[in-house]
Design a protein around this ligand. Structure first.
Ligand code: GDP
Ligand code: ZN
Length: 443
């Protein structure tokens, strides 16, 4: 894929890479042999007299490259025409275009990275927020693979003990081996359960959260959205019911990716357009991770406010009273004033408190405090871990239920396989193909 940009990079991987660089790259100053990992300045083209572009070029000798093969990178100007001509010259000389993700696939097949790291590459490319980006980098650097490796070692030890006893069917396990098996498998199971539980927070890191701004027409939903975003993206008017459609905006709230949704009010109406908006609001209520339930603090609570509030799950509602610049009317005793965050979308008063509260709601709830913590962010990894945990539980049950050690060994081996799927040792080809097909070309 070659779009427009300041610089465009054409990458070649494989045995022929070096020869192609020697043939098409003409350094400004003559060189004797190419040093690995050294940037050269010159022109790219069939000959120095017939250049396609002025470029920087680098040769990376195997195995010290992204793919572990010989790699050449041509850094040319980021024009689609330049890119096409460079690629055409190389294809004419015997290169073929890479499939999506093929460089990373080779890095995986050549053992430079494991499958979870390859997925980390994708995760990093697609990350939207600071926290998500940092977690993706940890995956790219192999943190999950390393954890799996430790778990595998423990399970292999347990399996070795079990298998040693299988060879002596007439004897019962001694208590030392018994304790050892239980300790190893029990510890591994607890760790895996912890990783599975981290997925909820991991999903928040990776995908962010959805926050719905809900309230009657004219309480200031669009104004609040604009104030949070610091722009005039949503339409604000004095006529109730202006925001017909739901309007969505993303922002990075202190490292957390938040999707704010401004909904049309839930007011009953005969206006067909507005009724459609109402239907969507109801759907959004159930989808949202958090609801900012907005009321007009100057006007006070109305029956309609209370009806709408009744549709929400109180555990995921923030009560927000807007227009505090106009002075406050006492709120209903059903929803005491103390329960509200008071703010003014117009003056910005109270906005920082609201931002902090939103961030705190998600980060505390999901115990995202420790950034050094490892989170499972990939559904595939969570599923493998869950299947592994199920096998380990069955292994312990089989053993406690006095079943033959063969059963225990079988479950342990299955547990090991599920762990191996995360790092790719035991992942079926179709899973590997599916993962790499989601990559962009050139990565
Ligand atoms: P929505 O229908 O809930 O989206 O409400 P809007 O954001 O369109 O606002 C309705 C009206 O209330 C507009 O005239 C806004 O300027 C006004 N408004 C919104 N927030 C405040 C506020 O904090 N203070 C004051 N005084 N007016 C506000
Ligand atoms: Zn609005």
């Amino acid at each position: 894929m070659f779009g427009q940009g300041g610089i465009g990079i054409v990458r070649i991987s494989g045995d022929a890479a070096r020869g192609l660089m020697e043939r098409f790259f003409h350094p400004r100053r003559p060189v004797v042999g190419l040093d690995s990992h050294r940037f050269y300045y010159g022109v790219f083209g069939p000959s120095a007299q017939d250049p396609i572009d002025e470029v920087m070029a680098v040769f990376m000798q195997a195995p010290h490259s992204y793919t572990r093969e010989d790699v050449v990178e041509i850094h040319c100007h980021g024009s689609a025409v330049v890119g096409r001509r460079v690629i055409e010259a190389l294809v004419g000389a015997g290169c073929r275009l890479a499939h999506p993700g093929e460089f990373t696939l080779r890095a995986f097949l050549n053992g430079r990275i494991d499958l979870s790291q390859a997925e980390g590459v994708m995760e990093l490319i697609n990350s939207h927020s600071l926290l998500g980006q940092r977690q993706a980098l940890r995956h790219l650097q192999g943190a999950l693979g390393l954890r799996c490796q430790g778990l595998r070692e423990a399970l292999c030890q347990a399996l070795a003990v079990v298998e040693a006893w299988i060879d002596f069917p007439e004897e019962d396990l001694d208590s030392e081996s018994e304790t050892r098996i239980h300790g190893l498998v029990g510890d591994a199971l607890a760790q895996i359960e912890g990783l599975v539980a981290s997925f909820q927070a991991g999903r928040i890191l990776r995908e962010g959260v959805a926050v719905l701004i809900l309230g009657r027409p004219n309480v200031g939903k669009s104004s609040l959205l604009n104030a949070l975003l610091g722009s005039d993206r949503a339409i604000v008017t004095d006529l109730p019911g202006t925001t017909r459609d739901t309007l969505e905006e993303h922002m990075d709230l202190g490292g957390l990716r938040v999707r704010f949704i401004d909904s049309a009010g839930l007011r009953q109406s005969c206006d067909p357009i507005e009724q459609e908006g109402v239907r969507r609001s109801r759907a959004k209520i159930s989808e949202a991770d958090l609801i900012l339930f907005l009321v007009d603090g100057h006007q006070g609570l109305t029956a309609e406010d209370l009806d709408t509030y009744a549709l929400c799950d109180p555990a995921k509602v923030f009560l927000v009273s807007n227009k505090c610049d106009l002075g406050l009317k006492p709120l209903d005793e059903k929803l005491p004033a103390a329960a509200f965050v008071h703010l003014s979308a117009r003056t910005g008063q109270g906005l920082e408190e609201l931002r902090a509260a939103i961030r705190g709601f998600f980060l505390d709830q999901s115990s995202l405090a420790g950034e050094e913590e490892l989170y499972v962010t990939e559904e595939r990894h969570r599923d493998c871990l869950q299947r592994c945990a199920a096998s380990l539980r069955r292994a312990l049950e089989a053993h406690e239920g006095g079943l033959s050690l063969e059963f225990v060994a079988l479950e342990l081996r299955q547990g090991l396989d599920h762990l191996g799927e995360i790092t790719g040792e035991t992942a079926p080809d179709e899973i590997i193909n599916r993962i790499f097909s989601q990559f962009c070309i050139g990565k």
